[in-house]
Design a protein around this ligand. Structure first.
Ligand code: ZN
Length: 158
C-alpha cells in the first residue's frame, strides 16, 4: 500500500509511516497537478482534506479518499479502516523521510546513541537517508500502546 497525504495531513502522514505505510508527503508548494501526477506515476492512494483535489483525482482515475475529520485520531481511524491497515509493519520506516529502516549492529550505533539508552537497548535501526538512529525506547513503547489501542478500537467497531 502506497499513499500520498496532502499538506494538510502532516500528522496523519507521520502516523502512517509509523504503521509502516509508504507515505509521500509533498510540500505545500506542490500544485494539485503535480500531486495528481506524482500519485499516478508512483501508484499512490491520495488522502486529502481538499474536496476539489478529491474530485479532480476521481476524474483522473487516481484512487482517493476524502478525509472527513480535522482531528488526528479520527483521521487515523478512517485511514486504518479504509486501507485495512494493521500493526504488522509498524516501526519499519523512517517517520521523517519515509525511507525503510535498516537494522544495524549495536557497535555501529553506539557512538550515535546516548550511553543510558545504549545500556538498556539491544536492537538499533538506521535511516540511510537522514542518518538517524532508531531504537525501541519509551517513544516506541508509547507509539506501540497507541497503535495497539487503535487496533483494539478498530476490531471492536467491526
Ligand atoms: Zn529518514
Amino acid at each position: 500500500m502506497k499513499v500520498l497525504c496532502d499538506h494538510m495531513l502532516g500528522s496523519l502522514a507521520t502516523w502512517l509511516r509509523i504503521l509502516g505505510v509508504d507515505t509521500a508527503y509533498p510540500s505545500n508548494t506542490m500544485s494539485d497537478d503535480e500531486i495528481l501526477r506524482c500519485a499516478k506515476v508512483e501508484g499512490r492512494f491520495i488522502l486529502t482534506r481538499d474536496k476539489t483535489l478529491a474530485v479532480r483525482a476521481k476524474k483522473a482515475a487516481v484512487p482517493v479518499m476524502l478525509i472527513s475529520s480535522s482531528t488526528l485520531a479520527a483521521q487515523l481511524e478512517q485511514a486504518v479502516e479504509a486501507l485495512s491497515l494493521d500493526a504488522a509493519g509498524a516501526l519499519t520506516r523512517c517517520t521523517v523521510c519515509n525511507t525503510p529502516l535498516v537494522p544495524v549492529e549495536a557497535v555501529e550505533a553506539q557512538p550515535h546513541v546516548p550511553p543510558k539508552v545504549f545500556a538498556r537497548q539491544k536492537q538499533f535501526w538506521f535511516c540511510p537517508s537522514c542518518k538517524k538512529y532508531y531504537w525501541m525506547g519509551t517513544h516506541y513503547e508509547d507509539m506501540e500502546k497507541k497503535i495497539a489501542a487503535l487496533m483494539k478500537q478498530k476490531s471492536g467497531l467491526s
